[in-house]
Ligand binder design. Structure first.
Ligand SMILES: [Zn+2]
Length: 146
């Protein structure tokens, strides 16, 4: 666990710390007032300890909708990160989860700029695996064979 002293030192060394809510809730499952509290209070703590405004936000669990984006805009947050982004939208900037950087190879690949390709392939594989069309293709092949 990092101390605020460590975080201040890292922040001075160009590692940027931004808001990710106060209690890491599933934002789609809580009230509008609670969403505002989570965003406002987490930004206030960063401002208090680092002496700067947190203008970028990271959605817990990468879960968000227009209601949450509107709160961010209303509070002056200029951008947010999502897992499967629309590159044209500042509130859906691509992020890489730290869970995907657990090995030295993954971390070095990310630093070398190769991670977006890996991540895109992983996303495509997940989409194919879970999509109905994939199941239909399997069924069609079984019918053809049978
Ligand atoms: Zn998180």
């Amino acid at each position: 666990m990092l101390t605020w002293e460590m975080i201040r030192e890292m922040d001075r060394s160009k590692i940027d710390f931004q808001s990710h809510t106060a209690t890491h809730p599933h934002l789609l499952q809580i009230s509008y007032e609670r969403i505002k509290y989570e965003i406002i209070s987490s930004r206030a703590v960063i401002e208090e300890h680092l002496g700067k405004r947190s203008n970028i936000f990271c959605y817990p669990y990468a879960e968000y909708d227009e209601r949450i984006i509107n709160v961010l805009k209303g509070e002056g947050v200029i951008a947010a990160t999502a897992e499967h982004p629309d590159k044209e939208n500042l509130y859906e900037i691509r992020r890489v989860s730290s869970a995907h950087l657990a090995t030295d190879l993954a971390f070095k690949t990310a630093l070398a700029g190769g991670f977006p390709l890996f991540y895109s392939c992983k996303y495509l594989a997940e989409k194919l695996w879970s999509s109905r069309s994939y199941n239909n293709i399997s069924c069609s092949r079984e019918k053809e064979a049978g």
